[in-house]
Design a protein around this ligand. Structure first.
Ligand code: FES
Length: 106
């Protein structure tokens, strides 16, 4: 099962196994990690699931859609490696990926 490593704003690091086909957001919410609020439940309309994706992992996911890009423009503290974690679907053969969760998600 793919592993997602969440680095939270308090400096803690959590390694979570996320079933293939689920999102990086799902893995966080289902394990009650703070920082990814996911107000819209994953429908790409709230940006409260904003994370920073390790540069080396960006090729493991689909490129952001226009909708995601538009939302990220307004996300607080957005950077070039910003993504919405509900749009990051982990694949079966995906090795561990690492995301940094900002403390600005609402
Ligand atoms: S959960 Fe709302 S945009 Fe990701």
């Amino acid at each position: 099962m793919p592993t997602v490593i969440y680095e939270l704003s308090d400096g803690s690091v959590h390694e979570i196994d996320v079933p293939a086909g689920q999102s990086v957001m799902d893995g966080s919410v289902r394990n009650n990690l703070p920082g990814i609020v996911a107000e819209c439940g994953g429908s790409c309309s709230c940006a409260t699931c904003h994370v920073f994706l390790d540069e080396g992992d960006s090729g493991r996911f689909d490129a952001p859609s226009d909708e995601e890009r538009d939302l990220l423009e307004f996300a607080e503290g957005a950077q070039p490696n910003s993504r919405l974690s509900c749009q990051l679907i982990v694949g079966a053969g995906c090795p561990a990926v690492r995301v940094v969760v900002p403390d600005t998600n609402g």
